[in-house]
Design a binder for this molecule. Sequence first.
Ligand code: PMP
Length: 390
Amino acid sequence: MQFLIDYLEQVKVNNLYRQTVVYDPVDAAHVIQNGQTYLMLASNNYLGLTHEPHVQQAAMEAIRRYGTGSGGARLTTGTYPLFDQLEQALAMFKGTEAALVFNTGYMANLGVISSLAGPDDIIFSDELNHASIIDGCRLSRAQVLVYRHNDMGHLEKLLKTTGCRGKRLIVTDGVFSMDGDIAPLDVIVKLAERYDSLVVVDDAHATGVIGPGGKGTAAYFGIQDKVQVQIGTLSKALGAEGGFVAGSRLLIEAIRNKARSFIFSTALAPAVIAAAQAALQFVAANPDRIEKLRDNAQYVRNLLTARQIPVVSGETPIIPIMVGAANDALRLTAELKEQGLVIAAIRPPTVPAGTSRLRLTVTARHEQEELREAAGKIAAAVGKLKTTER
Ligand code: PMP
């Protein structure tokens, strides 16, 4: 086991050591740790639906009616009635013929990408795509060509100059998880048409967040009918657990038969499926919750930008503040934690070396008063770091 000791030492030397930290949630925007209450600015619970009474009630009723676990894989005995309802609701939400639920967004990316591409195919993948997309590409054994982040000129050059015996797929995050920017899906779709490729978008951070009704990136650009494969997660804005793929009946039928991460894992628990369905109903009935999320994100972005804080520009609730060195990012989060704020430090290998950052996420359940106070603390801490560096 010496190799593991060596590995951990190396990780620590590089300031990349990670631990799980216990947070006890009070509500969607606050947590307790060691008796102290903190403002949570690091979760993906964008709409605060984990603590929405309608959603909680649905989960509790599902436990009473169906039990605590599913007891089987989806293709054996695990498909209880709530699955049909949720998959129909997801297809309606996404404007597609059908949808299929996976146990996580991670497993959806693995299963969908490895079902659609094989060794004769090429996948064109944005350099900042999520780890689960990267792993899905690897699992497919297709040739993978990485294009520079959101660089449509580079993507077109690669499409123009590389042919293959099989199919071509373009895969992108809809909203990028670490930069919070939106993929130019309208341009990607045009390129895909020109170069005969299939488009796969991962809307993990876009579902319930961007586009009319929070319907995601394709809806944001008004091109739902042109994106053949829309992946998403139930675990972020929808406040539950699980992932899904939405598309044509043919696509869903094929993936149901082919995706190993769908086939060989026990189906999600009833409480989770009921919560996701109630969350979708809530989102449809309460568009003001998404408006509030957008207002809060813009509010914080404006406050930080006005104080010359190096915020990566954008319009989503993922607000990255560029720091550079991993240890500076760690120092800042520790200092802000002492001031009552939980903010994530994002370091390599999640992001490229030298681009460590604070990643602030805003939810619809934050009060503007507490956001203003937090922005003031963040601006002071980041400003102090910049001054010390000079
Ligand atoms: N895609 C992206 C872009 C993500 O950020 C994440 C989660 N961090 C996932 C997929 C995986 O989703 P899940 O957490 O539901 O497995």
